[in-house]
Each structure stands twice: as structure tokens, then as C-alpha cells.
Design a protein around this ligand. Structure first.
Ligand code: F6R
Length: 248
């Protein structure tokens, strides 16, 4: 695993955008697994800037998002589909037909999960998977549990995730209780994984995930078993990693 220590959020975002744009430049028809949340917003902004300058081109890219709240339509400003358009897709030239996000309004959840797994396979798997990490160690919405969930599934969100995500909603009651998430198999089969993290409040879980035992109680710990993971964190988030990461 490569660890890049960034000075702050802006530096983390630039380093992450560098890795993503390198992937797209080397392989223009890359399949990118994308994430929402606070962590990737800066990287998306940086990619948009480089796109506007003509340095990176998303025309042939396919994007497959990690997750979506169940019960929210794409038009809902809290949906992950809305987020992705707002912060990224509406500003670059990814073709609309190449954008994939679980359908929060699908009538049959099991069918929607099957459809998503089939789609990921049909795209040939993921070249680069971008991840954030939840305070409880979740990746996507793969929440702590007794076993790693391999396939796309519909998950009941843990109370700590509802608590963490309420900042985006009017109140805690408005946070959807369920979400679709890509499973651990699709994430672990990605050729390259890029996890970005910032802030002191994530330092403890970063240490647990990358220095502790591999356990489904900390879903991100499975990444220790992947052979091409890059962790880009700011100093605060990496402060409890024993050697403090590797300065670039
Ligand atoms: C979002 C996602 C989540 C977030 C995680 C961290 O698509 O899959 O796992 O990456 O909850 O969220 P932030 O970046 O808001 O701290």
C-alpha cells in the first residue's frame, strides 16, 4: 500500500485528482468507481479545472458510483445522483449514457442489486475505485457486520452513519434509513483503489483499518488484502499511523 501524506484537504484533493487524471490519460476508456461525501469534493473540483484547461478528457470514461439512498429520486438534492451531477458530471464531458448509479426508486430492491452487479461485470470491472471512509470504517455503505457482504446489497444504515450524514439533511429524521451499496467483491476486484481521508476525527478509524486486524467489523480493513491501494490523507487523518506515512 502506498501512503501519501498531504498537508491539508486542498493538497489531498490535488494528489487524488492527479492519480485519477493519470488513470484517465493512460486509459481514456477507464471505468471509474466514484464516491460522494465531503472527501472527494475537492478532487472533483480539481479534475473539473484540469478538464477546462484541456488537460484531461472524460469522453470515453464510464463511471459507476458506489452507492445511493433507497427511496430518494434522482431529482432530490440529497440523492447521490444529484450530488454527482452537481459536483462533477455537469461540469465535465462524461457521456450521460456512461454514468451509472443505483436507482434509489427501483421498485424491487433485489432486482436492482442484481442489475447493478451485472452492469459492473458488463463494464469489465472497475479500473480505479475512489473511496472515502466512514467513522465506523464503512466503505461505500458496507457497514460493520459479522461478514463481508460480497454483492451489491440494500443495507440498513447504522446509527453512527445516520448521525454522520445528518449534516446534509434538515434533521436526523430525514436521513433515509436504507441505501444501496456496491459490495466488497466489486470494490476488492477494482484494479486500483484510491482512498482519501482528511481530518483528525478520522485518525482513529484510519489506524484501525490499516494497522489493525482484517475484520468485517471494520470493512475498510479488507483493503489491506488488495495489492494496489493508495491512501491519500491529510496530516491529521494520518497522525496515528505509526510511521506517519510517506512524504512525497
Ligand atoms: C459515499 C460513500 C461513503 C463515504 C464515507 C465518508 O459515496 O460511499 O462511504 O465515502 O461516509 O464520507 P465523507 O467523505 O463525507 O466523510
Amino acid at each position: 500500500m502506498r501512503i501519501y501524506k498531504a498537508k491539508d484537504y486542498a493538497d489531498m484533493s490535488r494528489k487524488a485528482a492527479n492519480i485519477i487524471s493519470a488513470q484517465v490519460i493512460i486509459k481514456p476508456n477507464s471505468v471509474l468507481g466514484l464516491a460522494t461525501g465531503s472527501s472527494p469534493i475537492g478532487a472533483y473540483r480539481q479534475l473539473i479545472e484540469w478538464y477546462r484547461k484541456g488537460d484531461v478528457d472524460f469522453r470515453k470514461v464510464t463511471s459507476i458510483n458506489l452507492d445511493e439512498y433507497r427511496g430518494l429520486p434522482q431529482s432530490d438534492p440529497q440523492s447521490y445522483s444529484y450530488f454527482m451531477h452537481q459536483y462533477f458530471f455537469d461540469h465535465v464531458n462524461v457521456c450521460p449514457q456512461n454514468i451509472h448509479i443505483p436507482d434509489g426508486m427501483a421498485p424491487d430492491p433485489q432486482e436492482e442489486c442484481r442489475r447493478y452487479d451485472t452492469l459492473i461485470q458488463a463494464c469489465g470491472g472497475i479500473d480505479l475505485q475512489l473511496l472515502g471512509i466512514g467513522h465506523n470504517g464503512h466503505i461505500g455503505f458496507n457497514e460493520p457486520g459479522e461478514a463481508f457482504e460480497k454483492r451489491t446489497h440494500c443495507v440498513s444504515l447504522s446509527s453512527s452513519t445516520i448521525e454522520a450524514n445528518k449534516r446534509f439533511f434538515d434533521n436526523e429524521e430525514s436521513v433515509p434509513r436504507q441505501a444501496y451499496t456496491m459490495g466488497m467483491r466489486s470494490i476488492m476486484q477494482a484494479k486500483q483503489i484510491l482512498l482519501i481521508v482528511s481530518g483528525e476525527e478520522k485518525a482513529e478509524i484510519v489506524k484501525e483499518a490499516f494497522c489493525g486486524p482484517v475484520t468485517p467489523q471494520v470493512p475498510a480493513s479488507a483493503l489491506q488484502l488488495h495489492n494496489n491501494v493508495t491512501l491519500v490523507g491529510d496530516q491529521a487523518a494520518l497522525s496515528l499511523i505509526p510511521d506517519g506515512g510517506i512524504d512525497e
